[in-house]
Design a protein around this ligand. Sequence first.
Ligand code: UDP
Length: 326
Amino acid sequence: MKLVVTGGAGYVGSVCAAVLIEAGHDVVVIDDFSTGNRDAVPEGAMLVEGNIVDVIDGVLAEGGIDGVLHFAARSLVGESVGEPAMYWHDNLVVSLVLLDAMRRHGVTSLVFSSTAATYGEPEEVPIVETAPTRPTNPYGATKLAIDDAISSYCTAYGLGATSLRYFNVAGAYGEHGENHPTETHLIPLVLQVAMGYREKIMIFGDDWPTKDGTCVRDYIHIRDLADAHVLALEANQPGEHRIFNLGSGDGYTVREVIETCREVTGHPIPAEVAPRRAGDPAVLIASSARIQQELGWNPTRTELTRIVTDAWHFTRDLGERSHGAR
Ligand code: UDP
C-alpha cells in the first residue's frame, strides 16, 4: 500500500513508518520537525517537510494514497494545561483539516494515534474500551474530540478508521527510540541518570494506594505497538470506527521501573521522593483483550526488562553518537 504517515519523525511515528516500510509498504512521511528529529525519518520513506495544513492537499492530490496513519500531535500533559490553545489547534484543528482533505481526495482508511488519557481517572482497572471517557487534561480532551470526529466521519462519509489508545509506550526498535526535546517520561529520564546526564530521578509521590506507594503504569514495547498499527490498517472497513486499547496488561510501580533500570544498566540510579505530580492517576492498566480477540494482536515483548534493555541500548548508542559528533 502507499501510506501517508504524519509525524513520522517522532518517536512512535518513526518506528511505525520503519515497520511499514519493512512490511513492503511505500511510506510518505509528513513532518515539520517542530518536535521530531530529522535523523529519525526512516530510510526508504519519502519526506514531505511542512505543516499538515500546508502540505496535505498536495500530497493527497498526487493520488494513489491508500491510507493515512496520523501521529503528528502535541503530547505533553503539563504543557497542555498551560497552553491549551496550542493543543486544541495543533491536535484538533489540524486533524479536522486532515480528515477533510482525506474526504476530498477519496482516501478512506485512517489509523489514529489516541491515548489512555482519553479515559482520565479510571473507576476500574484494567481499563476496557467501554469505560467512561473523562479526560483530566486538555491533551486527553483534544484526543477524545478527534476520536469523536472520526466516529462521525466514519458514519456519515464512509471513512474506515481505527483509534489506538496507547498506555505507556517505551523501549526502542533498531535506531529508533525516545529522544524528545523536552523529556518528561519516566524510563528515558531514569536512563538519563544512568548516562550521567542527571544526578537523580525524582519519584512523584510515595503515598499512593499501591503496593509500594508509587504509581502503577502499563508499559508497552514500541515494536509491539507498531505491529498493532499494521493490523489495524489491514482491518479497516469503510463506515466503521474501531477503538482499541494498547498495553501489556501488566502494571509496574515507579520503584519497580527504577529497580529494573538499575539491574539493566548496572548504575545505582539515585532516587528521591518528591510531591505528587498534578493529574497523575494512581493506577493505569489496559485491557487489550479487544484488539487481541478482534485483530489477533499478540504482544511478545511484554517483560519490563526487555523494554528497558532496548531503551537502554538506544540511549547509550545515541549518547555515543552525539559524543562522537562533538
Ligand atoms: N514519574 C516519576 N518521576 C519522573 C517522571 C515520571 O515519578 O521524573 C512517574 C509519574 O508520576 C507516573 C509514572 O512515572 O506515575 C509514569 O509517568 P510518565 O510521565 O512516564 O507517563 P504517564 O503515565 O504520565 O503517561
